[in-house]
Design a protein around this ligand. Structure first.
Ligand SMILES: C[S@@+](CC[C@H](N)C(=O)[O-])C[C@H]1O[C@@H](n2cnc3c(N)ncnc32)[C@H](O)[C@@H]1O
Length: 435
């Protein structure tokens, strides 16, 4: 134990205070948009080791948060009884706000350049981008989206994805430890981070398609082994994760309409779930309607509902990874393809479109996917849209988006482990081969 009468104790206290003062000085300089001072603090060796990413212990603000929070426009009402002066005051205020936004943007650019983390969370559960969006700092928001895209693309190119940090490193470390401990000896648990397979394992938590892929605690083999709770308006896995929910019906309807605009076409759907999108495909009396479904409970339910006897329907039981090479080998092609699975990684999704769709889609065909990537936070949704766009482009596809408003989902999540949808609009993707 430290003796409070010794120098050892007082030295310890002084060190602690120094560190805190360092942090406060950096955060203050950020909030004052004082780039020269920040430059000095960030680059001085004696300064804080990772100065661009220090945190206020109370608010959880990083320098990025501080710089952005200082851009929040003044909200005090101008004196409305004094017309001319009030208009003048409003004009001055607007100029001041514009100037603050400009210096704020410069500070954010500087901090990002110095290695500030784009998606660290404050105590309010906001990333710097969430804060920028909330206060209407659009230019800064876009800078942070671009920073997110750069970070994700870089990690992807290095094939060393790390989990999309919620900023809660402790939780994530615990999760990783739990996953490692929970790994079975057969090595079937794909979430176990191994040196070679780490990419695959981690990608699942980075770039995902909604609840289907977003939950790092669920692996595809684990999910396929679990028993499902299938009801009229939802499918939950054994941990109450939402596999599919009835509120997505309008999204499925619109997707089906866009992909299959007229009768007599050939369609392939990967992931039957509640059969919603397949129901809409059937309405178009397709010439061929192939469905790939990997979960035995879903397959049993499909058969109970008579899907195996519907016109044109061919059910392929198993994972698309195992089924599709056979279809490609047989020379099967489709006018429309839809992809909506569960608990798969972004790497799986990318393999799907870069390796399989190419061999299966008619030259003038269209394909789509359930776009839930990062849908539990607007900035993540925006980042992943751009990341996917780049990968799709690289794989030779053009993509067109349509925004569809999502109804209020307040009552929807009862009994569901995690609300996987938070953003206001669903961005519906429609992909084609590039000209
Ligand atoms: C979100 S649901 C699909 C919902 C569907 N779009 C609808 O309209 O009801 C995902 C489905 O994909 C299936 N699935 C998961 N992984 C798969 C894989 N690797 N191959 C084929 N199907 C898979 C799941 O069992 C589940 O039925």
């Amino acid at each position: 134990m430290t003796d409070p009468t010794t120098n050892e104790f007082s030295e310890f206290s002084i060190t602690q205070i120094d560190v805190d003062l360092d942090v406060q000085e950096i955060l203050l300089a950020a909030s004052q948009h004082d780039i020269p001072k920040l430059r000095r603090l960030v680059r001085t060796p004696s300064s804080h080791a990772d100065a661009a990413n220090v945190k206020d212990p109370e608010t959880g603000y990083t320098p990025l948060h501080s710089a952005i929070a200082a851009c929040e426009p003044e909200t005090e009402d101008a004196d409305e009884t004094n017309g001319v002066n009030s208009a003048q005051a409003n004009g001055d205020e607007t100029d001041a706000n514009a100037e603050t936004l400009k210096t704020g943007a410069e500070t954010v650019r500087f901090l990002l350049h110095e290695g500030a983390i784009w998606n660290d969370l404050d105590r309010n559960d906001e990333t710097p981008g969430c804060l920028a969006r909330r206060i209407g700092a659009t230019e800064i928001y876009e800078m942070l989206v671009d920073a997110g895209v750069r970070a994700e693309m870089l990690l992807s190119r290095l094939e060393g994805y790390g989990p999309l940090s919620d900023g809660d490193d402790e939780d994530e470390e615990e999760e990783e430890e739990e996953q490692e401990e929970g790994a079975d000896a057969s090595g079937e648990n794909e979430t176990v981070p191994e040196l070679v397979d780490a990419t695959e394992a981690d990608v699942a938590t980075v770039t995902t398609t909604g609840e289907r892929l977003a939950n790092p605690e669920v692996s595809n083999p684990g999910y396929l082994d679990s028993s499902l709770n299938i009801t009229r308006d939802r499918i939950l896995d054994s941990d109450q994760n939402g596999v599919m929910m009835g509120w997505e019906t309008s999204i499925m309807q619109k997707s089906a309409q866009k992909l299959l605009p007229r009768p007599g076409l050939k369609v392939l759907n990967v992931g039957h779930g509640m059969g919603i999108v397949d129901g809409f495909f059937q309405e178009q009396s397709p010439a061929a309607h192939h469905i790939i479904e990997a979960h035995p409970d879903v397959v049993a339910e499909m058969k109970r509902k008579g899907w195996d006897t519907k016109p044109g329907v061919v059910i392929h039981e198993g994972r698309w990874q195992d089924i599709l090479p056979g279809l490609v080998g047989n020379g099967e092609t489709f006018d429309a393809i839809y992809y909506d699975t569960f608990a798969e990684s972004y790497a799986d999704f990318r393999d799907f479109f870069s390796e399989q769709v190419i061999g299966l889609l008619e030259q003038d065909g269209k394909w789509g996917f359930f776009n839930g990537m990062g849908a539990d936070r607007q900035i993540s949704y925006d980042v992943y849209q751009k990341v996917a766009e780049m990968d799709l482009f690289e794989a030779g596809f053009d993509i067109e988006w349509e925004d569809i408003p999502v109804p209020k989902l307040d009552g929807e999540w009862e009994g569901v482990r995690r609300a996987y949808w938070v953003v206001d609009n669903y961005r519906l993707p429609l992909c084609r081969f590039m000209d």
